[in-house]
Design a protein around this ligand. Structure first.
Ligand code: UDP
Length: 237
């Protein structure tokens, strides 16, 4: 039985890419397994996905594109990824609703509405939020925290390639230790690159914990954490 009733799962766009695939089908399957492992524990799941596998505003600016336009392109990339995750969910018989931070017509997805999102979550549907915050100059990490606050999620789970936050780079330093828990102040003072400062500030103000966990080595990691195993790193007040 999970101690969390409702969670917000954040996947980076980069996590979706592998080899020559912008959206790798096997990685999509892994994501579905992770979502399923939470649903079987009767946990309500909101998802936010990034767009870094397709476009990042900062990279586009370097090639001469206007900063705000680049961010709009980055946000549209997150919509593409959200549609891919939604489609994979549907193929696995998981009902979804895709919402966007800015208006997109044509039946592609609906605008973010926190009441409708909570209703859908209550019904066991997975709500996939796209387009980050809906505004330029932010990241999808901030978007994830914002949506988590809106749907009153108990925690944000940030899926990464590493199994938590370490004292040093665990690839380069075999003596690096994983933190089980960290405060926001410690994370900021130690310059640990977990989330950007806007996301951190929102979490701190709204007393919302973040759990960093690995989506790679074992699809059961999230469900183990939900079940109470001390895996990953929890950052909180
Ligand atoms: N972005 C934005 N506002 C937001 C979220 C994202 O402008 O609220 C843009 C920004 O250009 C960013 C890109 O969308 O680089 C993709 O998002 P992000 O880099 O956060 O994706 P991730 O690193 O999670 O794949």
């Amino acid at each position: 039985m999970s101690k969390y009733k409702r969670i917000l799962l954040k996947f980076s766009g980069e996590a979706l890419a592998k080899d020559n695939n912008t959206i790798d089908p096997k990685t999509l399957d892994q994501i579905i397994d992770i979502i399923k492992s939470a649903l079987v524990q009767k946990v309500e799941v909101g998802v936010v996905v990034g767009g870094g596998n397709i476009f990042r505003g900062a990279a586009l600016t370097q090639s001469g594109i206007n900063h705000v336009t680049g961010d709009h392109m980055g946000m549209l990339a997150t919509v593409i990824n959200a549609l891919a995750i939604s489609d994979a969910c549907k193929r696995a018989n998981i009902e979804t609703v895709v919402m966007s931070g800015f208006a997109i017509g044509g039946g592609v997805c609906s605008p973010v509405d926190h009441n409708k999102a909570k209703q859908a979550l209550n019904m066991g549907k997975v709500v996939i939020f796209s387009a980050g915050t809906g505004s330029a100059c932010f990241t999808t990490d901030t978007g994830a925290v914002l949506r988590a606050i809106e749907i009153e999620a108990d925690i944000v789970f940030k899926a990464t390639k590493v199994d938590g936050v370490y004292t040093d780079d665990p690839v380069k330093n075999p003596k690096a230790r994983r933190y089980e828990k960290l405060s926001f102040d410690e994370a900021i003072a130690k310059h640990l690159q977990i989330m950007d400062t806007a996301a951190f500030a929102l979490c701190r103000e709204h007393n919302l914990d973040i759990c960093v966990f690995s989506m790679l080595d074992n699809p059961k990691t999230l469900s183990d954490i939900l079940g109470g195993k001390p895996l990953g790193t929890i950052v909180g007040n």
